[in-house]
Design a protein around this ligand. Sequence first.
Ligand code: FEO
Length: 401
Amino acid sequence: MYNSIQLADDIFWLGVNDRKTHLFENLWPLDNGVSYNSYIIVDEKIALIDTVEKSKIDEYLNRIHDIIGERKIDYLIINHMEPDHSGGISEILKENPDIKIVGNKMTFVLLRGLYNINTNHFLITDGDTINLGKHQLKFIITPWLHWPETMMTYEETEEVLFTGDAFGSFGTLNGGVFDDELNMDFYIDEMRRYYSNIVAKYSKMVIKALDKLKGIKLKYIASTHGPVWRSQIDWVLKLYQDWATYKAEKGVVIVYGSMYGNTEQMADIIARRLSVRGIRDIKIYDASRKHLSYILSEIWHYRGILIGSSAYNGGIFPPVENITRKLEDIEIKDRLLGTFGSSGWNKAGVKGLNKWAQSMDWELVANSPETRGAPEKNSIAMCIELADAMADRLNEMYPDK
Ligand code: FEO
């Protein structure tokens, strides 16, 4: 018998924790696991909101039966079709052959494509409602958070917004489920990592969705990953608005790729000077060691970005190049940039970085220090100049911090 966890009258959290999967989407590290959150509303009619990843189906079905016994589910609301949430649909359909699967046009394109399910479709459009008895559900179409079919479901009686991936976080829920039950420092980091890795590319659509939510009364924000928000609703809405508009804190992320330590030495020289100039948040990452997932999150966090690369086969050092490509892909804006590196016998590393920088339209704060081998007098002086220029701009932008 599981403890059922109640959000509000007749509304239950049905999340499961995944501590086994190493990579989310076979790409992003799950060092702290992840939760897949589903919800159920038990009224005259029963509505299930999303399902879970299929490896967790037995636990999930047991949890549902603990709450509803032998009753059948009337509606399965699909806010998002990615398999971490749709993995249970086939089993739910098997147990509830008369269920109405609720989604929009695009939901059913994906439902057919992923699971060959052509029956039980219940098509809704933006603003449609379903009455369950005491509770009423309203559907808000919010495409591209994070796939084209994504939507949100608003439960009007208790003012619960089921948001799909939006407001979600990596990290399992280790006992606590609600924001006021948890140490949020951990989840904010994991939430920013989730945002920058999964949602960030669609930041313009996040803004549209947030605009659409204006004026809606919210007591709960119930995402498909991580904490359920109930005590800091305005704060988390503002956090998402800030991330989607590329707001950042005072600080510098230094990312480098270094084959034999020369570019790394430059990173340390720059970092020391930044510190002397009063920059307190300085993060240094070796692109060969630290997964891109965490570096993206830090770049979303801080305004100043310094990228260093040794030359490699006539180009940028590959792990650094990978980061630059991803930054281009997610179209992050409004950062201060500096580049640096070591050249060996050609200047392809820094040259490649500066070519990439033109495509980003970030503010280049200074010329790029470059050394052939270990940093010498001239390149050390240029590293100091780069650090000074970055510190000057940050101190201008954040005079009180
Ligand atoms: Fe949690 Fe886009 O899936």
